[in-house]
Ligand binder design. Structure first.
Ligand code: HEM
Length: 405
């Protein structure tokens, strides 16, 4: 782990962004961090920098020459420590390698493909929401929310239909590795070999449907854009990044709507607001709250001296609530115009390569909900998962009442 050389930095804090207390309500510590005079604050518990104001977050994410992704997507510093799995060929590399793999993923998740997928996403969302309405009361996370991305996304990649719950365990390993090693994580990682083998088998060409995104990635290998082995790892990147993110973002958006009945009423009256409602939730309270960068050299960051190979925690969740950027930042407003300034999908060269697919999933899900559901009633406390990595709910007890007209 990196340590500070020489004089103490001007601003430091003993807040611990990986602690359950911080994660249970990050928005108050986000406020405290944004209010420091310096744009980067030293976190004493982990010997890392943190950046939380909107402008500073954009500045770091826009500066890949000094703030690298090759140091690893989590707290582990790949410049100093060995990663647990082979680093991601897209998220954990810098240019020029990054451009090559990113171009392939941009092409296979094209606007045309999304256009074709829309109808199948709609059929699936309608079926799941009808089923939820038949039940009436449900735990919306396992019974509804998880089932939607777990069906539509692996289907789009071309995975065969089977029990896909191992994907959630794999996702927990990938995102759980974001923070310090805890007993929970060590316990989870006892399954790493079995779970990795399960995932890697599903990334092989022969297991993927001929018309899916996975096969399209292999076609790029045939064309010589990437190696065959790289195609396998790019399919793995999609399976790592494409399920838990959308599950957690849809789950948190659903909770926002349940907790803000006046916003739900607006959406129910006009299902066309579904895309903007999901966009607002991605700013307000979403799965991806934080990212990491690692300095490639000594950096003067807006007057703060950062040393080479130090980790920088980039709090996009705090940037999404920065009152210097957003009017009434702590208000959830489904009519807000967010997209042009959205930070919830990151920014710069690594910004979410599949954000249009994530938006499509959110839009389709909430449009179907708005067309079919009259009332969303919280019938018990929602449970947050307090592990590092993604923010999300493990439980959301709801009663759903069908629209009659
Ligand atoms: C609401 C859902 C999602 C959210 C909030 C989200 C968020 C993000 C964020 C913040 C980043 C930037 C990471 C960084 O800069 O360090 C990112 C990158 C990425 N996301 Fe997403 N994501 C979502 C859905 C998806 C889906 C569905 C997929 C797969 C189809 C996906 C695949 C990726 C990949 C491959 C990258 C790496 C891009 C690169 O390094 O160039 N994401 N995502």
């Amino acid at each position: 782990m990196a340590v500070m050389r020489g004089a103490a930095p001007p601003d430091s804090s003993d807040l611990d962004p990986f602690s359950p207390e911080f994660r249970a309500n990050p928005f108050e510590p986000y406020r405290q961090l944004r209010e420091f005079a310096a744009p980067a604050v030293w976190l004493t518990k982990h010997s890392i920098w943190v950046v939380s104001r909107y402008d500073a977050v954009r500045a770091v994410l826009g500066d890949w020459k000094r703030f690298s992704n090759a140091g690893g997507g989590g707290l582990t510093n790949y410049f100093l420590e060995k990663p647990w799995r082979r680093p991601s060929l897209i998220l954990e590399v810098d240019p020029p390698e990054h451009q090559r793999t990113r171009r392939v993923l941009m092409q296979v998740i094209s606007a045309d493909r999304l256009q074709r997928l829309r109808a199948t996403f709609e059929v699936q969302a309608d079926a799941l929401i009808d089923e939820a309405l038949e039940r009436g009361t449900l735990d919306a996370i396992p019974d509804l929310v998880q089932r939607f991305p777990l069906t539509v996304f692996p289907d789009a990649v071309g995975m065969r239909r089977e029990d896909r719950s191992t994907m959630l365990t794999y996702g927990a390993m990938v995102f759980g590795g974001f923070g310090p090693v805890t007993p929970w994580y060590q316990d989870l990682m006892k399954q790493a070999d079995t779970v990795s083998a399960w995932i890697m088998e599903r990334c092989q060409r022969q297991t993927l449907a001929a018309d899916g995104i996975g096969a399209a990635i292999y076609a790029h290998a045939d064309a010589g854009d990437i190696e065959q082995g790289e195609a396998t790892l790019l399919v793995r990147s999609l399976l790592s990044a494409g399920v838990d993110t959308t599950i957690d973002s849809i789950g948190l958006c659903l909770r926002c709507l349940a907790e803000h009945p006046e916003q739900w009423a607006l959406l129910r009256a006009d299902p066309q607001l579904a895309r903007s409602a999901f966009e607002e939730a991605t700013r307000f309270d979403s799965s991806s709250q934080s990212l990491f960068r690692t300095t490639l050299e000594d950096v003067d960051f807006q007057g703060v001296p950062l040393q080479k190979h130090q980790k920088v925690l980039v709090l996009i969740g705090a940037a999404g609530r920065d009152p210097a950027k957003w009017a009434d930042a702590d208000r959830f407003d489904v009519t807000r115009r967010v997209t042009a300034s959205q930070i919830g999908y990151g920014a710069g060269i690594h910004s979410c390569v599949a954000q249009m697919m994530a938006r499509l999933e959110g839009e389709v899900f909430f449009a179907s909900l708005a067309r079919k559901v009259q009332d969303i009633e919280l019938i018990g406390p929602a449970q947050l998962r307090l592990q590092p990595g993604l923010r999300g709910l493990s439980s959301l007890p709801l009663r759903l009442i069908r629209k009659t007209s």
